[in-house]
Design a binder for this molecule. Structure first.
Ligand code: SLL
Length: 280
């Protein structure tokens, strides 16, 4: 039986996606405080959320990410928490930090095996003074890491999905609920911050031209390359000038040394003859 078309892989292609794996923690109202919800174990002091999401304005991660499992501390009820759909996150209460295993399950069209990541659930303030002051002021301790997921020789179906414009539809959908969009950290006008792929031809390349909607393009890329080349030429020119200046200084120094040597010899000779005359 021939293999299904979706399993066919595209040679010499690689597409990567960034994801954020992070956690946020806030202080719970103390025991006896009326704002403290019922049913929270007495020794719990924090509420936290661990999450996997795409960076602001990036294409939707559910294009390639099917399911995320978070393996939390084993004293929690049902410690293997499964999220079948975005938001891929788990919220709990507790008292201490621990390492969470994060299992990324890819969309079946990708033909990829699950990948594992780890995230330390940071509950206490951390970092330098400025960072800690910011955490104190906001009341939130956030710890995030940018991770790269690479698809080497993706299946045709995955490549199709990863180069489709539909990946940004979620931004427009999120805009309708402005609050949700704000929570997801996206532009309220629903516009992604990255360039769209060309609509005509499917490609993971930058779009040809930039516009208000498209921040990065081949045109800009070329302009940047020209700019770097110009600057590099300028530096070469300065280096050449510097070299010439150095050679001139060295030549001058040589002449001065020679003259000085001559004078010093003369002085020495004069002194010697003076000594001789005095001895007479
Ligand atoms: C460790 N850091 O790695 C410690 C463990 C466990 C924290 C911290 C409450 C859990 C529950 C909680 O916050 N545990 O109520 O089940 O050994």
């Amino acid at each position: 039986m021939p293999a299904p078309a979706t399993n066919k892989r595209i040679k010499n292609k690689r597409i990567s996606r960034n994801i954020i794996i992070g956690s946020e923690a806030v202080q719970l109202p103390p025991l006896g405080d009326p704002r403290r919800e019922k049913g929270i174990p007495e020794d719990h002091t924090k509420r936290w959320t661990v999450y996997v999401r795409q960076p602001e304005g990036d294409p939707a991660l559910s294009t390639w990410l099917n399911k995320v499992q978070f393996k939390i501390f084993n004293t929690y009820e049902n410690p293997l928490r499964t999220c079948e759909n975005p938001p891929f996150e788990v919220t709990e209460t507790g008292w201490g930090g621990f390492t969470i295993d994060v299992r990324l399950h890819f969309q079946p069209i990708s033909g990829e095996k699950a990948q594992y990541r780890q995230h330390f659930l940071q509950l206490e303030k951390y970092g330098d003074e400025k960072q800690q002051a910011q955490q104190e002021a906001s009341g939130v301790v956030r710890s995030e890491f940018l991770e790269v997921v690479q698809f080497n020789e993706p299946t045709e179906a995955l490549f199709e999905a990863l180069t489709s414009e539909d990946q940004w539809n979620y931004l427009a959908a999120a805009t309708k609920g402005g609050k949700k969009a704000a929570m997801m950290g996206q532009h309220l006008n629903g516009r992604p911050r990255r360039g769209y792929p060309n609509s005509q031809e499917k490609s993971a390349q930058l779009p040809e031209k930039s516009s208000e909607d498209v921040q990065f393009s081949q045109e800009q890329e070329q302009a940047l390359i020209r700019f770097i080349k110009e600057k590099s030429d300028e530096v070469d020119k300065q280096l050449e000038e510097e070299l010439q200046r150095r050679q001139a200084t060295e030549a001058k120094l040589k002449t001065l040394r020679a003259e000085l040597g001559h004078e010093a010899a003369q002085q020495a000779a004069q002194q010697a003859s003076g000594d001789r005359s005095r001895r007479r």
